[in-house]
Design a protein. Structure first.
Lengths: 358, 332, 278
């Protein structure tokens, strides 16, 4: 009863295909958007921005990217960390070599570079599948981290091997460096997240999305009905890597400011993003956001409860985080492989009738 | 022959030794994969957990001491006893068998018909879970593991090979631990191959690996087989944990060995027990020799981080089933 | 010359007893041999398929019938022999290229995309017809939405034709077997193929379902003029709906002709049909 669907008839195919066919959903979507743009900038402060909101937006972008590759197209990748590194280092080289380039271009170009790298490492996917491919992506992960560590050109021959984002502004507002305020960083990341999510939605609901899903579900049958596996898989790798690269660039420039590649982009990061899409929901844009929110909030919550309230040591909180994350992965894979997104859909289904039983 | 050459041979021998260590971990993977088609990413963490439990038993640690102290404000740490190594190993083995039962009951049973990639991701979840659980149970500080295995360079070998290579060569330096590991591995592999080929259970295992439905139809209990297999894998994990733990202490990095075992399996084939050994040796030697000949002089070193993967990648592209695995045929 | 006249006749086609027009030879298999390692799946088989006809391929299990369809699809590449498409020798093409030329098929063990709904599955059949480029799709402007809607209309017509409106949005994994087979037929039809390959479309169906499926196949051939090659075990169905039949046994061709010709062929009777006993 709370969630009205009856009486909401679609009178054209276009209306049937829209992202939020149910009026209630549409209203909710616009409300969230309004809140994000009109209310949050006035409430945000350094702590919230740094602990929760910026990483949420940035990881959501990465999660959408990995979801496109793994959730929609079925190509498992454990190399997301390495690809984020590609985005970050591309951003660094662009910023230091072209100081006048606008940050928006820097981020987009970093994504583009990562897309090209993604195509390269995606080539094996034409011959190998499943977790054999996962191993190949692990190869990419370790190789890329080693590359950015060893080849001094990438970090401009600095002594520490770390890279630091120089100060830049967009439309006169500082985005990177110490001057940047949380509001501007937030709006910058929000803009990217929104537009990239919209593009992802367009891609996945059309013929491209169907090609990807066909490859995922049964690639031999897909080829027989006319899907070009080479083009389709490489397109998935390219677009996915673009997203992950953008996230890496944003992570480095706007969020962290300075980065050491092994720490920031190691294999643990690849697993983090994979967990986001498993828990959030494979093959769902909304799920990518949900999973990112979950994985970002969980450690913060645990720390606040365990250390803040109970006064326990921080390493206990870390152990519990592992236990909870590992356990939830298993639970979700067994009970709800479509993650939080599916749970949300089921809840809405129940709300259509609640409080009536049927 | 120059000292350089003999150094090279020493690197080669050490590569073989490192390879044996990798093989010990890879064996656990092969066993589980053969019997259930699951690639158990948690094998490395199982080795860590086994090692932690062993040390815990040996030193009389109280499980979950840290957590209990935090909740109740107590100061407990040890029971006060010290268990002899052999008894501790037996107790740990029992724990690993219990672990196998629990994993089968809570996880495997529910994921029977899922695709391999889902099962793989479930084992990643299991790995993270066991990591946190093991740390919570026994504490995450580095522990020393000592069950009486001889360590340090083998003097006999060193002295008796010093005559080669002239004045600058002091004899082959091979660690006793590695030698013990190599001998253990030979016994383990022979034992496992014999078990698989000649015993009734071994045959049942091969039947299950081939076709679940057919195995069920001849009366083989899938669940019993899985418990047996995971127990054996747990035993292998314990051995690997003891070896690696003695060598570098019992700490988090032990679980990262799982990542190293993947290339080993790529080379040797996911379903071959001798393949795990050969693959391990190839990776071990390949890594060390590559670093010695090309990595250190020309590429700035630390190539061991990725060499194994690149080699595996080449195999994946040209021979996905590895050297000894079964060829994968797809039909419509 | 008699040969030229015969060739002319062959190209021109003929009209059947009930008024359907059968055209010239659209696909010809010449001396196809297919081996898997030591096993010979297809041994030196030649036959042709005419435009607009319903060609049945029958034979005992393991005769190589599905492999034959896979060769036509381009999924298997025969070690020997050639395939002629509209008179021209076909190069070794990939399956998706052959699909683009206008070949569609159903599979013996249903190859639907389990993660998608009925509607989405049938929409995948339209992939060879949807040409909007990537950029337009990303921004969902210009032809993107229009093409999506236009193709949706085609698919809805097929859904009407197959009477599966009610299960449009159901994930196909949840459908009963008979409906899944119908959805798969829908996906093949959505491609508007010139050549439709059906691999045991009646397998596992009861008499009613077989009648429905036969009706659909005949309607497709009638309304759209689609050439159909189908593998089938049910002799009653074959006799009823096929124009010509190829009989395979152990990878070899043992019969080729109209249903009545094949039914009288001794070799076929010995290998496959059996003799009625009193």
């Amino acid at each position: 009863m709370l969630y009205r669907e009856s009486g909401d008839f679609k009178t054209s195919y276009a209306k049937d295909q829209q992202t939020f066919p149910i009026a209630f959903d549409r209203a909710g979507y616009f409300a969230t958007l309004a809140f994000a743009v009109l209310v949050v900038p006035f409430l945000i402060n350094d702590y919230w921005a740094n602990a929760v909101i910026l990483p949420f937006l940035i990881y959501a972008i990465a999660a959408i990217g990995l979801n496109i590759l793994t959730g929609f197209c079925g190509q498992v990748s454990l190399g997301s960390g390495g690809f984020m590194a590609v985005g970050a280092y591309a951003a660094y080289k662009l910023m230091t070599s072209f100081p006048d380039m606008s940050m928006i271009f820097v981020i987009l170009l970093s994504g583009g570079v990562t897309a090209l790298v993604g195509i390269l490492f995606g080539l094996p996917s034409l011959r190998i599948k499943g977790f054999y491919l996962a191993v190949a992506t692990l190869a990419a992960q370790f190789f890329l981290v080693w590359l950015f560590n060893k080849v001094p050109w990438f970090y401009n021959y600095s002594a520490t091997g770390m890279i630091n984002a120089p100060e830049r502004s967009v439309f006169g507002q500082a985005i990177t460096g110490a001057e940047a305020s949380p509001v501007t960083s937030y709006l910058f990341c929000l803009g990217f997240a929104f537009i990239l999510a919209w593009v992802a939605r367009n891609l996945t609901r059309g013929v491209n999305g169907r090609k990807w899903m066909a490859i995922r579900d049964m690639d031999i049958a897909a080829e027989i009905i006319g899907v070009n596996p080479l083009k389709t898989k490489l397109t998935a790798f390219a677009i996915s890597s673009f997203y992950v690269g953008v996230a890496g660039a944003l992570l480095f420039t706007v969020y962290l400011g300075s980065v050491e590649v092994g720490e920031a982009f190691g294999v643990g990061k690849s697993f983090l993003i994979l967990f986001m899409i498993i828990i959030g929901g494979l093959g769902s844009i909304f799920g990518s956001f949900a999973g990112a929110a979950f994985m970002v909030l969980l450690p913060v919550l645990l720390k606040n409860i365990m250390v803040g309230q109970f006064g326990w040591a921080t390493d206990l909180a870390a152990h519990f985080e592992f236990i909870i994350v590992g356990g939830l992965i298993i639970v979700f894979l067994i009970l709800e492989p479509h993650g939080i997104a599916q749970l949300w859909r089921i809840t809405k289904e129940k709300l259509r009738l609640w409080p009536f039983p049927h | 022959m120059s000292a350089e050459f003999y150094f090279g041979v020493e690197v080669f021998l050490n590569g073989l030794m490192a390879g044996v260590m990798y093989s010990l971990v890879a064996l656990g993977f092969v066993l589980i994969f053969k019997a259930s088609g699951i690639f158990n990413y948690a094998q490395g963490v199982m080795a860590l957990f086994a090692a932690l439990t062993l040390v815990g038993f040996q030193n009389g640690q109280i499980p979950f001491a840290h957590l209990i102290n935090a909740i109740f404000g107590t100061e407990l740490h040890h029971f006060g006893w010290h268990m002899p190594a052999f008894l501790a190993i037996v107790c740990t083995l029992l724990v690993m068998i219990a672990f196998a039962y629990i994993v089968e009951f809570l996880i495997l049973k529910h994921l029977v018909n899922q695709e391999p990639i889902i099962l793989f991701m479930a084992t990643i979840g299991l790995a993270y879970f066991m990591e946190g659980f093991g740390d919570l149970m026994w504490g995450s500080d580095i522990k020393k593991l000592d069950v009486g295995i001889p360590q340090g360079g083998n003097f006999w070998l060193e002295e008796n090979t010093a005559f080669l290579g002239g004045d600058n060569f002091y004899g082959f330096y091979l660690d006793n631990l590695d030698i013990v590991a190599a001998i253990l591995a030979v016994f383990l592999v022979s034992g496992l191959v014999a078990f698989s080929q000649y015993t009734k259970t071994g045959r049942a295992l091969r039947a299950v690996a081939d076709d679940h439905q057919a195995a069920l139809s001849v009366g083989i209990s899938l669940r019993t087989i899985w418990v047996i297999v995971w127990s054996i894998a747990g035993f292998v994990a314990l051995i690997a944990g003891i070896m690696w733990g003695t060598k570098s202490g019992v700490q988090f990095s032990l679980s990262l060995i799982a990542l190293k075992a993947l290339p080993v399996l790529m080379l040797g084939g996911f379903t071959s027990i001798p393949g795990a050994i050969i693959g391990g040796l190839l990776i071990g030697v390949g890594e060390k020799m590559f670093e010695f000949l090309i990595g250190a002089p020309y590429l700035g070193g630390a190539t061991e981080n990725w060499f194994a993967y690149m080699l595996a990648l080449l195999f994946l592209v040209f021979r996905p089933q590895g050297l000894f695995g079964e060829k994968i045929i797809e039909r419509v | 010359m008699i040969q030229a006249e015969m060739a002319e006749m062959a190209d021109a086609g003929y009209t059947t007893a009930d008024g359907r027009k059968i055209g010239g030879i659209v696909m010809e298999m010449k001396n196809i041999t297919l081996r898997f390692g030591g096993v010979v799946a297809i041994k030196d088989i030649s036959f042709d398929i005419r435009e607009g006809e319903i060609r049945a391929i029958i034979g005992p299990n393991g005769a190589g019938k599905s492999s034959m369809l896979n060769v036509i699809n381009g999924f298997y590449h025969p070690q020997e022999g050639d395939i002629f498409f509209h008179g021209k020798k076909r190069r070794s093409l990939k399956p998706y290229q052959i699909a683009e030329q206008g070949t569609a098929r159903t599979f013996q063990n249903i190859a639907l995309f389990k993660g998608m709904s009925t509607l989405d599955n049938i929409m995948t059949g339209r992939i060879t017809h949807m040409k909007t480029n990537l950029l337009d799709q990303m921004l969902w402007w210009r032809s993107a939405e229009a093409e999506e809607v236009a193709n949706r209309e085609v698919v809805e017509r097929i859904i009407d034709f197959l009477e599966i409106q009610a299960i449009r949005k159901t994930p196909v994994g949840r459908l009963p077997y008979g409906l899944q087979k119908r959805v798969e037929l829908g996906r093949a039809l959505a491609a508007e193929p010139k050549l439709l390959l059906l691999d045991e479309p009646m397998a596992g169906m009861n008499v009613e379902e077989k009648e429905d499926m036969s009706r659909f196949i005949l309607d497709v051939n009638d309304e759209f003029g689609t050439t159909i090659a189908l593998i089938e075990h049910d002799m009653g169905v074959v006799m009823d709906i096929a124009d010509r039949v190829v009989v395979m046994d152990y990878g070899k061709k043992i019969g080729d002709g109209t249903p009545s010709e094949v039914r009288a062929n001794q070799a076929v009777i010995d290998a496959y049909l059996g003799v009625a006993h009193d």
